[in-house]
Design a protein around this ligand. Structure first.
Ligand code: HEM
Length: 498
């Protein structure tokens, strides 16, 4: 007990010093005549966290501060200064017009703790450049945007239809139905194989991913994110939650080992094989970023991002359709008209299915699953709309504010596929549609995600009619958690074969 108290005291003192130091630095910058973005006055230790920024209503608090301070403002999350950007115009001026300056990744406490700055998502500088280039190239070579991956998704969609048939019209929770199928696509790309839906290890990994997602969006997760420098040394329930990611990492390590034992560089099977081959080619180069830590971390990044995002979007999509059966009817009609019942949906159908395409876009806009975007950092002092953002300051690009931009979406709070249709019923793109973000760090999985969303969505609706287990009037579409991520509320549904 004594040891724990002493450790807490030492760490507490260290934290206070750290905060005083960072506040002093900020003060000095102001004195040098640079105009920092406005923002609420931070308290020692907490910054604005728990005061103006409520952990339970994290996103709402950020949007409320926008009303007061405008589209660019600065807050402190614990000791960390963060500049928050809102609105399509400001995001474009930052992430696109100054793409190089805004290209670095900001602090991601969970990823830092487990992956120690390795891997594509949390790295910066030369490491990130090499890993990003390599990942994009390898994803492309393994069929992203090509026919082969389309066939893989079509095959997986058939497995999903089989699994849904086995529910025999009884109510079920769709969470793991979607995540198993979606995850199997990225598994085929990175591990070279899919998993059986009953595979216990696979199911346990999917539960881990779901748990980690919930943790990152919980109050505890936000507290960890603000004070990780202290919390990682303190006992508490966060360690149990973080263990989920450790298990994911262990699994990837095992897979890498198996790949190493069976590697044939002349015939790479997947992402891991390509990375191992590159490691061999560069083994004499001490500067090389192609080493085991970056391999494991990048694979964890792809596995995690490739599973949770698309399956959360699909889960949201079907909840929305349960609430709006008339929209479901119109999608059924379009599928019937363009694809029919016999042939499996293919990507080339998309251009002839403007209504379905608009519904999927509107699902992504409305579900808004990463409302705060992933944090960025500026690589040098930058000017934005007259303010200076000092080098190394974290930036939160609030993607939600572009997805709800009233100038581009007439009724931003409502689900309305008309947002993506012109007066002739043709599909129309919207500049502010940025669920995958924009600029140098924008999502490298966009192409794959869009293919999956279209093929899984249409294949399910080609085969089934959805049946709610409660009155559609009572279905609540507001997210269960609304922090840095949006997750739909838990629900059940039944599906009736068509
Ligand atoms: C509906 C699906 C998806 C959405 C909404 C989404 C959204 C995002 C967003 C907002 C970012 C942050 C970009 C930034 O910093 O500006 C991101 C990054 C990333 N996404 Fe996705 N994503 C999706 C699917 C995928 C898939 C399928 C993969 C895997 C192939 C993937 C892999 C990644 C990776 C590796 C990054 C980090 C990129 C970097 O730091 O350079 N994502 N995603």
């Amino acid at each position: 007990m004594f040891l724990l108290e002493t450790t807490t005291l030492i760490l507490g003192t260290w934290l206070v010093m750290l905060i005083l130091f960072s506040l002093r630095k900020d003060f000095l910058r102001k004195k040098q005549g640079q105009q920092l973005p406005p923002g609420p006055t931070p308290l020692p230790l907490l910054g604005n966290f728990m005061v103006q920024v409520n952990s339970r209503m994290f996103l709402k608090s950020l949007l409320k501060l926008r009303e007061k301070f405008g589209s660019i403002y600065m807050i402190y999350l614990g000791p960390h200064p963060v500049v928050v950007l809102s609105g399509y115009q400001v995001l474009k001026e930052a992430l696109v017009d100054q793409r190089e300056e805004f290209s670095a990744r900001g602090r991601m406490a969970v990823a830092e703790y487990i992956l120690q700055g390795y891997g594509i998502t949390a790295s910066n500088g030369e490491r990130w450049k090499q890993l990003r280039r390599f990942s994009l190239m390898t994803l492309r070579n393994f069929g992203m945007g090509k026919r082969s991956i389309e066939e893989r998704i079509q095959e997986e969609a058939r497995f999903l239809v089989e699994a849904l048939r086995e529910t025999k019209g009884l109510p079920f929770d769709p969470t793991f139905f979607f995540s198993r199928s979606v995850s199997n696509i990225i598994c085929s790309v990175v591990f070279g194989n899919r998993f059986d839906y009953e595979d216990k290890r696979f199911l346990s990994l999917l539960r881990n991913i779901n748990e980690i997602m919930r943790f990152m969006n919980s109050t505890l997760g936000l507290v960890f994110s603000c004070f990780s420098c202290v919390m990682k040394y303190l006992p508490g329930p966060h360690h149990r939650k973080l263990k989920n990611l450790v298990e994911l990492k262990d699994f990837v390590r095992e897979r890498v080992k198996i790949h190493q034992e069976t590697l044939d560089p002349s015939s790479p099977r997947d992402f891991i094989d390509c990375f191992l081959t590159r490691m061999q080619q560069e083994k004499e180069n001490p500067e090389s970023e192609f080493h085991a830590e970056n391999l494991v971390a990048s694979t964890v990044n792809l596995f995690f991002a490739g599973t949770e995002t698309v399956s959360t979007t699909l889960r949201y999509a079907f909840l929305i359709l349960l609430k709006h059966p008339k929209i479901e009817d119109k999608v059924h009609q379009e599928i019937e008209h363009v694809i029919g019942r016999e042939r499996r949906p293919a990507l080339e159908d998309r251009s002839r299915m403007p209504y379905t395409d608009a519904v999927i876009h509107e699902v992504q806009r409305f579900a808004d699953i990463i409302p705060t975007g992933l944090p960025r950092t500026v690589t040098q002092d930058v000017k934005l709309q007259g303010y200076t953002i000092p080098k190394g300051t974290d930036v939160y690009p609030l993607l939600t504010t572009t997805l709800h931009d009233p100038e581009q979406f007439s009724d931003p709070k409502c689900f309305n596929p008309g947002h993506f249709l012109d007066e002739n019923g043709s599909f129309q793109k919207k500049e502010a549609f940025l669920p995958f973000s924009t600029g140098k760090r924008m999502c490298p999985g966009e192409g794959l995600a869009r293919m999956e969303l279209f093929l899984f969505f249409t294949t399910i609706l080609q085969n089934f009619t959805l049946k709610p287990t409660r009155d559609p009037e009572d279905i609540d579409l507001t997210p269960e958690l609304s922090t840095a991520g949006h997750l739909p509320r838990a629900y059940t549904l039944s599906v009736l074969p068509r």
